[in-house]
Design a binder for this molecule. Structure first.
Ligand code: B12
Length: 145
C-alpha cells in the first residue's frame, strides 16, 4: 500500500550539467525513503532553481551534478539561493562527482558547507551517508507532523 510522502524534495542540478540518470536514480531513491521528489531537469540556472523553490516550497533541496563543474557552479547556486530566499530556508544538500579530483574530497565538503550547504555527499560513501541522512530527515519530518 502506498503511504503519503513525509517530505517534499526538489531535485536540481547546475547550469552546465546535462546528465540525467543521476537525477532519475535519486528521485527513486528519495521516494523509497519516504519523500516526494520533483526533478527540475538538466542544465538548470540558479534563477530557475530559486524560482522553483519559491513555487514548490520543498523541505529539502538536493543538488546533483556529475560533469565535474558541480563544485564551482554549486557554490554559485547556493549563493544565489541564500540571497534570494531570505527567511525561508529549506535544507540544502549537494552531491555527486563535483570535481575531477575527487580522491581528496575533504576540502570540497568543508568549502561547500562554508558556502551554505547543510550537507555534502561525495566519494565512495556518498550513497551510504545519504541513506542515513534521509532516514533521519524522514524521522524528523514524521515527528514534526
Ligand atoms: C551517460 C554519460 C553521459 C551522457 C549523459 C546522458 C544522460 N541523459 O544523462 C552524455 C553522453 C550526454 C555525457 C556527456 C558528458 N559527459 Co558524461 N558520462 C556518462 C557516464 C558514462 C554515465 C553517467 C550515468 O548516467 N550514470 C548512472 C547514474 C545513475 O550514476 P551517476 O551519474 O554516477 O550518479 C551516481 C553518483 O554520482 C551519485 N550521485 C550523483 N549525484 C548525487 C547527489 C547526491 C546528493 C548523492 C548523495 C549522490 C549523488 O549517486 C548516483 C547513483 O550512485 C559517466 C561515466 C560513468 N560510468 O559514470 C560519464 C561522466 C559522468 N561524464 C563525464 C564527462 C566529462 C562528460 C562530458 C563533459 C564529455 C564531453 N567532453 O563532452 C559531457 C558533459 C555534458 C554536460 N554538459 O554535462 C565525466 C565526468 C568527469 C568528472 N566529474 O570527473 C564522466 C564521469 C566520465 C569520465 N570518467 O570522465 N555523459
Amino acid at each position: 500500500m502506498q503511504t503519503a510522502p513525509h517530505f517534499k524534495c526538489l531535485l536540481t542540478t547546475i547550469e552546465s550539467d546535462s546528465h540525467t540518470w543521476n537525477l532519475v536514480y535519486l528521485q527513486r531513491f528519495i521516494h523509497e525513503h519516504g519523500g516526494l521528489a520533483k526533478i527540475l531537469g538538466c542544465c538548470v540556472s540558479p534563477g530557475e532553481t530559486v524560482d522553483a523553490i519559491k513555487g514548490f516550497r520543498p523541505d529539502l533541496v538536493v543538488v546533483s551534478s556529475v560533469n565535474g563543474h558541480g563544485f564551482h557552479q554549486g557554490r554559485e547556486l547556493i549563493a544565489n539561493a541564500v540571497q534570494a530566499l531570505g527567511a525561508y530556508r529549506p535544507v540544502f544538500v549537494v552531491g555527486g562527482k563535483l570535481t575531477t579530483v575527487e580522491e581528496d574530497n575533504k576540502w570540497i565538503r568543508v568549502d561547500l558547507q562554508e558556502a551554505g550547504y547543510d550537507r555534502v555527499f561525495v566519494g565512495k560513501s556518498a550513497i551510504d551517508d545519504f541513506t542515513l541522512f534521509l532516514q533521519e530527515f524522514r524521522q524528523q519530518a514524521v515527528a514534526s507532523g
